[in-house]
Design a protein around this ligand. Structure first.
Ligand SMILES: NC(=O)c1ccc[n+]([C@@H]2O[C@H](COP(=O)([O-])OP(=O)(O)OC[C@H]3O[C@@H](n4cnc5c(N)ncnc54)[C@H](O)[C@@H]3O)[C@@H](O)[C@H]2O)c1
Length: 263
């Protein structure tokens, strides 16, 4: 992979899991990594481990994004790569509480919109910049039992596509990372159904970072750390009714608890 010596890479939700793996991968490529997380201690720990800087805080609110981008710039320099990685997995059906829907919308979607708002004008002006969106296979294939997660991850994917189609010719690169299960705290917290569904094919966070690195090298938008997701996504588009039949069978086969609500 091309080295990123001295380039500034921001990773939200970088205190653990997939974000921490991104931080390590970018640091190995020579980047100056800015580690954000709601959990300040975790952000500092990862920043220390990768020789980067920590900017803890909420990466989803308008003021949180403004502070993150401003502090990252003043501590490290102009931001070349922004990884909108922080996410929340709220389970439940359509009747799950308003807070679960609202938190999912703010963290899984609006965080990306607000970061793009802060960064894209500068990237277009200089003709260069990279936006990495950690979506999920749930943004391509939905997921049983977790309506807020399924819906907001589709929105995150749609926003990443929209960014790429709008600014791709102006030098802005966008990557949408769509893994199935990854062995992190999020998977651990996903209940019996989550583990039954995603556990068997789960991969390590470092595998996701490698898949992202390869996609960046190739200039590829869609990052599929589980390659089998590609044909499933194509099957959904080709025959929605057949795909829905399969998803109903899958839902019926799972234990009833899924990603227990933790709002
Ligand atoms: N683990 C999986 O199976 C899986 C699969 C597909 C996609 N993803 C996605 O990958 C991303 C990372 O997930 P993970 O598995 O590493 O999760 P994780 O829960 O292990 O880590 C997420 C980190 O984000 C932080 N965070 C949450 N909200 C934040 C906010 N508003 N501002 C700043 N930090 C915040 C948390 O404190 C935590 O450290 C998420 O977007 C998730 O939806 C995960």
């Amino acid at each position: 992979m091309t080295r990123l010596d001295g380039q500034v890479v921001v990773v939200t939700g970088g205190g653990r899991g997939i974000g921490a793996a991104y931080a390590g991968m970018f640091s190995d490529l020579g980047a100056k990594v800015v580690v954000n997380d709601l959990d300040a201690e975790a952000a500092h720990e990862v920043a220390r481990a990768v020789g980067g800087v920590a900017v803890p805080g909420d990466a989803s609110t308008a003021s949180g994004v403004e502070t993150l981008v401003g502090t990252a710039r003043s501590l490290a320099g102009p931001i070349e790569v922004f990884c909108a990685n922080a996410g929340v997995a709220r389970g439940g059906l359509e009747d799950v509480g308003e807070l679960a829907w609202e938190t999912s919308w703010q963290v899984n979607v609006m965080a990306h919109v607000r970061a793009a708002r802060a960064l894209v004008p500068g990237w277009v002006a200089q003709g260069r910049g990279t936006f990495v969106s950690t979506v999920s296979a749930a943004g391509l294939l939905s997921i049983p039992g977790a309506a807020p997660y399924a819906v907001t991850k589709h929105a995150a994917y749609a926003f990443a596509e929209w960014l790429s189609m709008t600014y791709g010719d102006k030098g802005v690169r966008v990557h949408a990372v769509c893994p199935q299960g990854v062995r992190t705290q999020m998977l651990e917290d996903s209940g019996d159904a989550g583990k039954a569904l995603m556990g068997p094919s789960a991969i390590d966070p470092d595998d996701v970072a490698v898949a992202l690195r390869e996609a960046m090298e190739e200039g590829r938008f869609l990052v599929l750390p589980h390659p089998e997701v590609g044909p499933m996504y194509a099957g959904r588009a080709a025959d929605p009714d057949r795909w829905l039949e399969g998803m109903r069978r899958l839902s019926a086969s799972l234990p009833s608890s899924m990603m227990g609500e933790r709002s």
